[in-house]
Ligand binder design. Structure first.
Ligand SMILES: [Mg+2]
Length: 230
């Protein structure tokens, strides 16, 4: 029985983490660090130290720049260094044709796509600079929404923002996938929200034993091929 309105089929939905999943944050941070070191005439080894302070993006920016100030005797305040970093770091992101083609391929097969990312509002600049913003149906940034992965509410919000206006109802959870590189935020978080998950291994072994991703992939392209084979 039709109740009016649209009753099209529900498109499957793939949600992706951003840093070190759709974008190579590690490489971008290193490019930023090289520039920072060159601009200040610091020794080249400082690039490695800055990458260590960064801890793959998991250290607070206060910690990173407090450490840099101390180590290199920088004259600026931590606050000023962070403000400069916020402006220059995002300029080191650029489109990745392989990733953008993979997302385009998923869309060509009728999938909807979205991004769920922990971080500041400037995460949006990465989506813009990489061209991803043109390719996705929606995104949710933790510091804008007020809830971070692994809390299930950020996944639910992303699903809502990516909803297909032509579908009769929201996508059922068995048609929603989460793809990401971190075990707890992405894989445990996705599972907690009832989603199926793909872990990007980045050369690491899977360690948690109490849960597992549904699949493991080396690249976004591999993850997309897995989704299309489902
Ligand atoms: Mg990540």
């Amino acid at each position: 029985m039709s109740t009016g309105g649209h009753n099209g089929p529900v498109s499957p939905l793939a949600l992706f983490d951003l840093d070190n999943t759709l974008v190579d944050r590690q490489a971008a941070f290193r490019r930023w660090a090289r520039q920072f070191v060159a601009d200040r005439g610091l020794e080249e080894e400082a690039v490695e130290s800055l990458c260590e302070f960064d801890d793959d993006g998991f250290a607070s920016r206060e910690r990173v720049f407090d450490a840099a100030r101390t180590q290199y005797d920088l004259p600026e305040s931590t606050e000023l260094l962070i403000a400069e970093y916020r402006v220059s770091y995002v300029t080191h992101f650029a489109p990745d044709p392989e990733v953008n083609q993979a997302i385009g391929r998923l869309r060509a097969y009728g999938w909807r796509t979205g991004v769920v990312t922990n971080g500041p509002p400037s995460q949006r600049d990465k989506l813009t600079r990489t061209g991803l913003i043109e390719l996705i149906d929606g995104y949710c940034i933790s510091e804008e929404f007020g809830v971070a992965k692994p809390d299930r509410r950020i996944f639910e919000e992303a699903i809502r923002r990516c909803a297909d206006p032509d579908a009769a109802s929201d996508a059922a959870s068995d048609t929603v996938w989460m793809v990401g590189d971190t075990p707890i935020p992405d894989i445990a978080g996705g599972r907690g929200a009832g989603l199926r998950t793909i872990w990007l291994h980045r050369g690491r072994d899977w360690e948690p034993t109490e849960y597992r991703p549904d699949a493991v992939a080396a690249t976004v392209r591999d993850a997309v091929e897995h989704l299309l084979s489902e």
